[in-house]
Design a protein. Sequence first.
Length: 94
Amino acid sequence: MATREHDLKIGSITPFGLRLHPDLKRRLEDAARRSGRSLNAEIAARLEASLIVDEDARSEDAARRLLRSGMGDDLEKRLGELEARVEHLEQAAR
């Protein structure tokens, strides 16, 4: 599966200036080196992961509401899967 980074040509991506505290920039640079990505790719990957976590959290809340409304075991199983996915993404973002 292609990543968003590969789906777009570099020339079609609008530059975005970003001010970072020096310590945060250093930590991101270290993480980028460890993951074998550029600083830009590391920041983009972490932002994408945080949005997925947010989306999963909203899905988790919706699943909890459905469970409280009396829906079946299938939703409880899905909730467990979402919780595991959120935990995995949070660990990947660290």
